[in-house]
Design a binder for this molecule. Structure first.
Ligand SMILES: [Zn+2]
Ligand SMILES: [Zn+2]
Length: 103
């Protein structure tokens, strides 16, 4: 199993290339841009309630056999929000002050 490396921010639909340094993921790989993760979601995943970390970058160069962007390509399935913006705002307010390790 490898990370899917989803192609977009689920909130604002901005493109997130596989080598983007502003892609953020939760433990289920819900994927957002850093701006939405911070300013819109306050480090609360709208789907699972967990926090975010920076998505690691898969190497372009095949430094080890079979392991590279070409050999394990990123997902091209765009993912969109599953809840309304009002619902997400309420969910975020309910959870944002609880540290991720205590959620
Ligand atoms: Zn975004
Ligand atoms: Zn999540």
């Amino acid at each position: 199993m490898a990370l899917q490396l989803r192609p977009n921010c689920e909130y604002c639909d901005k493109d997130l290339s596989p080598n983007s340094t502003v892609a953020r993921i939760c433990s289920y790989e819900c994927t957002f841009c850093a701006d939405c993760a911070e300013s819109k979601l306050h480090n609360v995943c709208p789907n699972c309630g967990g926090g975010f970390v920076q998505r690691p970058i898969r190497p372009t160069t095949e430094w080890r056999q079979g392991l590279s962007m070409a050999k394990r390509p990123p997902s091209n399935t765009r993912v969109h929000l599953s809840y309304s913006l009002d619902d997400i705002a309420a969910h975020t307010m309910r959870i944002k002050d609880i540290p991720p390790e205590n959620r």
